[in-house]
Design a protein around this ligand. Structure first.
Ligand code: RUQ
Ligand code: CUA
Length: 644
């Protein structure tokens, strides 16, 4: 039976367990019963409601109300979308190599990409002819906080592929720091200290690996370790690390600056799927920040690869962690904007578990049992992964297996747990398909405003024109402002947005043009100072043995140098300063048949270093359309045969 014939059952049912949802959706059912209202908005035709849809329209010339920071997954980049239009506004290269901007090739970007590498990675990369990693796997974009609200300073992102943390400056939307985390293996969960401000960036080392990972203990997985790291948000240095039991998955911090909690799977500490899911309980681990800082002061840490590392495993006597058993393989970990509650999403269990942060006080003091922190448990549906919030007491949990978002009420859930006869479930909405993260406008702050939520679906299947075997993902916009959730937009996205955070536009004030003295240009500024050159004024070629430094301006529609001459074998660095002080007037610099290209935004300087090993006339041109005479904005690099 084809998908069409069976009414879409196989599509919705891809991962096996969404049967109830499927039947309801197939029938186009809108079912309500008893105290519980469950709405299936149904098939691909029926789920957009005209009024809600219009609310999401942003007409030409009008601006969006929110910035969305979208992970680029294994593309390694960060993206900015406007909400509610879901228009993609910008791509910010981070862990990837970017053909347009020269990220990964310019000296400015290479400084960012190489400064924070561990000595071991640096040695490995140079042994294979690389300066830095060429890929990344960016899951979690997290904007910085002051007192539980977004403060517009930075967005932090993880790299699961190469164990890194990166920081993006929100004034210029550029990555300015990347730190590889030593001792950990694969950074996954990433959250920030909320109070008094960020502070610490909390990085979950997902995989267990030998500590130190230098070729010993290969066959002794029981001795491998999973490591939790706190990184200083300003210096981007690792402040401390804690060894834990089990694999760290996602984490979140409270609103008081006292605790961080993390879900852990594989409490069995196995290495195969069967071993990792053997027992029916895993746990969350809770970190006590004050106790950790005290233990470091008291000299309880061991220094490993230059970092202070504490033992926070189950058998540790330091009193810095507690372990609370929860159902097998919990995943999402979400602090509610009420500042009091923490939601743990079951993944393999159809439930979410509610914790109260304050109850950890007595548990750390030894006055009560770890389980006493649990104040609620709701059966939400199959495959709960993440929960977001509307600031009005409702929670929205993504159901991966059911391909649904379930809206439930926190207060009712707490009352139900105490034995009252209330059903906390408000509504279930079909999404398409297999949702991972869900995030609402300001949902991770105390300013959660309950306007929109985005459902980041892992599969799009039939939702867009068929583009071959590799389909886009589907990021859906849901209007959560009313009693009922309404799906208003499908947005195809490229591999693979795991997560997104959404900030009201009033919170961010990016610059229109660069400040020409910005520290981001320090590489160029330092060389110009050494060479006695004024960036943005002088056009000059400086020869220094085999090293040639070429300084030029770019002002539409001409480069400051019509040509420059070097010798085969020279190491050439070209510095280009965009002297146009005009909004949106970017230039570029590309050398033909040399693999050289870079972006130069208004008032910026960019530089790139290469070996002039190919003799001949090589045009350079501006690759950013900047002027009616943009095509004429070019010049020639003349490379002489050596000895000529
Ligand atoms: S995790 S789909 Cu990488 Cu954010 Cu939950
Ligand atoms: Cu400058 Cu095109």
């Amino acid at each position: 039976m084809s998908e069409k014939e069976n009414g879409g059952v196989s599509r919705r049912n891809l991962l096996g367990t969404g049967l109830t949802a499927t039947l309801a959706a197939t029938a186009g059912a809108v079912a309500g019963g008893g105290a519980m209202v469950v709405t299936h908005t149904g098939s691909a035709r029926a789920e957009t409601d005209d009024d809600h849809h219009k609310k999401a329209l942003v007409p030409p010339g009008k601006l969006d109300e929110y910035y969305g920071f979208w992970s680029g997954g294994q593309s390694g980049e960060l993206r900015i979308l406007g909400l509610p239009s879901m228009r993609e506004l910008l791509r910010i290269p981070v862990f990837n190599r970017c053909s347009a901007t020269g990220w990964g090739a310019t000296n400015e970007s290479l400084q960012v990409l190489t400064e924070g590498l561990t000595p071991a990675s640096r040695a490995y990369l140079s042994s294979v002819g690389l300066k830095t990693y060429q890929n990344g796997d960016l899951h979690h974009p997290r904007p910085s906080y002051t007192d539980g609200s977004y403060d517009g300073r930075y967005v932090f992102v993880n790299d699961k592929a190469n164990t890194r943390l990166a920081r993006i400056r929100l004034d210029v939307m550029k990555c300015d720091k990347i730190t590889e985390i030593p001792n950990a293996h694969s950074i996954h969960g990433l959250r920030l200290q909320r109070y008094p401000k960020t502070g610490y960036v909390f990085c979950n080392g997902e995989n267990r690996a030998p500590l130190v990972n230098t070729g010993k203990l290969l066959d002794e997985p029981k001795k491998w370790r999973s490591v939790f790291s706190a990184v200083d948000a300003e210096t981007m240095q690792v402040s401390w690390q804690v060894i834990v039991s089990g694999n760290l998955d996602n984490n979140d911090a409270d609103y008081k600056g006292k605790y961080v909690a993390s879900t852990c799977y594989n409490s069995e500490e196995g290495t195969t799927v069967a071993e990792m899911t053997g027992s029916d309980k895993d746990h969350i681990v809770v970190f006590n920040l004050a106790a950790i800082e005290q233990a470091i002061k008291d000299g309880k840490a061991e220094e490993i690869n230059g970092v202070k590392v504490l033992d926070g495993t189950k058998t540790s006597q330091l009193g810095i962690t507690i372990y609370v058993p929860v159902a097998n393989s919990p995943h999402g970990c979400n602090a509610a904007p009420d500042g009091k509650h923490l939601i743990i999403n079951g993944k393999l269990s159809p439930t979410v578990t509610i914790f109260e942060w304050d109850k950890f006080d007595d548990i750390f003091a030894g006055k009560s049992k770890p389980e006493s922190a649990i104040v609620g448990n709701v059966e939400v549906g199959l495959g709960p992964l993440h929960t977001t919030f509307d600031g009005k007491g409702n929670c929205y949990t993504s159901l991966f297996l059911d391909s649904q978002v379930v809206k439930w009420n926190l207060d009712d859930a707490l009352r139900a747990y105490k034995g009252e006869k209330v059903n906390p479930i408000r509504q279930k909405l079909d999404v398409h398909y297999q949702i991972g993260h869900i995030n609402a406008t300001h949902g991770e702050t105390k300013d959660a405003d309950g306007k929109w939520a985005v459902a980041l679906c892992k599969f799009s299947k039939d939702r867009f024109l068929n583009v071959g075997p590799m389909k886009p993902e589907n990021d859906q916009l849901i209007d959560i402002s009313g009693d009922k959730m309404v799906l208003v937009h499908d947005g195809p996205t490229y591999s693979e947005p795991h997560d997104a955070t959404i900030i009201h536009a009033s919170k961010l004030h990016p610059k229109e043009v660069w400040n020409k003295d910005d520290d981001f240009f320090r590489f160029s500024k330092e060389w110009a100072a050494k060479d006695g050159v004024k960036l943005g004024e002088d056009n000059k070629v400086v020869r220094d043995g085999d090293n040639v430094r070429v300084y030029m301006t770019a002002a539409a529609p001409a480069f400051g140098l019509a040509n420059f001459r070097v010798k085969k074998g020279d190491e050439v660095t070209v510095f280009v300063t965009n002297t146009d002080d005009v909004v949106d007037l970017a230039h570029g610099f590309t050398i033909v048949d040399y693999g050289i290209a870079m972006e130069i935004a208004p008032q910026a300087t960019a530089s790139i270093t290469f070996k002039a090993n190919k003799p001949g006339v090589h045009y350079y041109y501006c690759q950013w359309f900047c002027h009616a005479l943009h095509m004429e904005m070019s010049g020639q690099m003349l490379v002489e045969e050596a000895g000529a």
